[in-house]
Design a protein around this ligand. Structure first.
Ligand SMILES: *[C@@H]1O[C@H](CO)[C@@H](O)[C@H](O)[C@H]1NC(C)=O
Ligand SMILES: *[C@@H]1O[C@H](CO)[C@@H](O)[C@H](O)[C@H]1NC(C)=O
Ligand SMILES: *[C@@H]1O[C@H](CO)[C@@H](O)[C@H](O)[C@H]1NC(C)=O
Ligand SMILES: *[C@@H]1O[C@H](CO)[C@@H](O)[C@H](O)[C@H]1NC(C)=O
Length: 475
């Protein structure tokens, strides 16, 4: 399923030629845009629009007449509860390894944490890595650009917690039964008048697990996945997931794994960023993770653990399966404690290319070191700088090959560059942080990202009310 094929990767974000537009169009558009801003924004809301953003908007042909009339409003489907809240109610049986009930609490934020320092307790939660869909949903429900009138909506959010369901069916050997809900989901879409209008191309779903968990193919190996993302109708849906298929996932967009920090206010965010800037980092690098058996892709892990163990400059936090107190990896303060004292954090692929740990390390101001391009670069284009060297280190580790000593590679990097990268990483924290669903929008400063739905509408997502906030970034 995860082929090793490294052919040319589809670069997802392409731009309709920005320069085709006539000057006339641009002027008309800018005028319309400013008028729109003027009327759309409540007067108390400061208008933060700068030339850079205006350029962005123009260059991506964001507008059509429909959006002029009613920009960026999102309609949330009221779905049968078997697709969302019914799954949450069944939380004792969602996952064979653990009881998900504590994790789906608080709209997917999980249990509040008392012990993480620096910022008030209300912003820290023991958030599970697979609950992004719930947090997203909670955020969108409170969103100022939500509309209850589908005829006014430009975007349609389909709140299906497909990831929660997937993990409950990994061991289901009857494939018809495993795929039943996915098929009903597809039928639900088809039966909606608003789906018909644009063949679903203005609809999106958020999945809190990797795309691979929904991409079983006929005749391919069976890792427990459903066929959700291979169903014909679903091809017309924009799919936001914590890991996309970099080769065929043309309608898939990577969104961050949730980490533990869910601030309500910008001052909580700024305080945290400040403390990460000041943090002393005695370890050159660290690795937090468990060994993996068998998988070729993860073979690099054994090598990293070996190299880390042999180096006095490396801090190793080994994890074991299970969630008891002996497992330090289930302790957010242990994890962030190690990462915030490290300059570099190794991000080896595990069961799949991506890791939640990447986002924990950004949160801790620790520069990520990647061993596969698919751990971040082909995944999170909405969130991370295009130039990977600005914020990360890449060591080619395809095929489990990390023959070079990581310590030597990292020692070679000049100190100024390390500091530049760390600054960039800390600046990225707001972009990849799911803020508290009840946080007020005006309070948290954040950056934008671009969302092209399948109608070809580019949507600049930002916390300011100028745009639809798909919410993934600072939810
Ligand atoms: C947000 O506020 C509402 C209303 O006070 C509350 O019901 C909900 O549980 C809160 N959400 C979270 C995640 O705490
Ligand atoms: C497999 O599941 C389907 C749908 O739940 C059911 O109708 C069918 O009888 C099952 N097949 C077997 C062999 O159990
Ligand atoms: C997807 O959209 C295209 C038009 O944009 C339409 O022709 C096609 O039938 C749609 N596919 C499905 C399965 O609805
Ligand atoms: C492993 O890395 C070394 C050094 O970078 C390189 O010479 C070698 O060809 C690589 N082997 C594979 C199988 O990629």
């Amino acid at each position: 399923m995860l082929s090793k094929k490294q052919t040319q990767l589809p670069i997802f974000i392409t731009s309709n030629s920005p320069f085709k537009s006539s000057l006339f169009f641009i002027i008309i558009f800018l005028t319309a845009w400013f008028l729109l801003l003027f009327f759309w924004l409540p007067p108390t809301n400061p208008i933060h629009i700068n030339l850079h953003r205006a350029y962005h908007l123009i260059s991506n042909h964001i507008i059509n007449s429909h959006m002029h009339r009613q920009p960026f409003s999102v309609y949330i489907y009221d779905m049968p509860s078997e697709f969302n809240l019914g799954l949450v109610k069944n939380c004792h049986h969602l996952n064979m390894h653990r009881d998900m009930c504590p994790h789906v609490a608080n709209h997917g934020l999980g249990q509040p944490l008392q012990h993480v320092n620096a910022v008030g307790p209300a912003c820290w939660f023991a958030t599970n890595q697979f609950t992004a869909a719930m947090i997203f949903h909670a955020r969108l429900e409170n969103h100022p650009l939500r509309t209850w009138d589908p005829s006014r909506a430009t975007l349609f959010y389909v709140p299906f917690y497909g990831g929660l369901h997937a993990s409950s069916k990994f061991r289901e050997t009857n494939l018809t039964a495993r795929d039943e809900l996915a098929v009903r989901f597809s039928e639900f879409l088809e039966s909606q008048p608003w789906w018909q209008r644009n063949n679903g191309k203005d609809h999106f779903v958020v999945l809190g697990r990797t795309a691979w968990d929904f991409m079983r193919t006929k005749g391919g190996p069976d890792y427990g996945a459903s066929t959700l993302l291979n169903l014909p109708r679903v091809q017309n849906l924009s799919v936001l997931a914590i890991e996309r298929n970099p080769w065929t996932g043309k309608n898939q967009h990577g969104i961050p794994y949730p980490s533990y920090f869910h601030p309500c206010t910008s001052s909580q965010m700024l305080t945290w960023q400040h403390s990460m800037r000041l943090s002393k980092r005695p370890h050159l690098f660290s690795f937090v993770g468990a060994p993996r058996k068998g998988l070729q892709r993860a073979a690099i892990r054994d090598e990293l653990i070996k190299q880390c163990g042999e180096s006095i400059r490396c801090k190793l936090l080994t994890c074991r399966y299970g969630s008891g107190p002996s497992n330090k990896c289930s302790s957010p303060s242990e994890i962030l404690g190690v990462m915030s004292k490290s300059q570099f954090c190794l991000q080896a692929p595990g069961d799949s290319f991506t890791r939640r740990s990447t986002f924990d390390s950004v949160l801790a101001g620790c520069i990520p070191v990647f061993f596969s391009r698919h751990t971040a670069y082909t995944q999170y284009m909405w969130y991370l700088p295009q130039d990977a060297e600005e914020y990360s280190v890449y060591i080619n580790g395809e095929n489990g090959n990390a023959t070079r000593r990581i310590e030597d590679e990292l020692m070679k990097i000049p100190r100024e560059r390390v500091e530049r990268m760390r600054k960039k990483v800390i600046d990225l924290i707001p972009r990849v942080t799911y803020k508290h669903p009840n946080a007020s929008d005006d309070d948290l400063k954040s950056c934008k990202f671009r969302f092209r739905n399948l109608r070809g509408q580019d949507i600049i997502v930002s916390i300011e009310r100028t745009n639809y906030d798909g919410g993934a970034r600072l939810l």
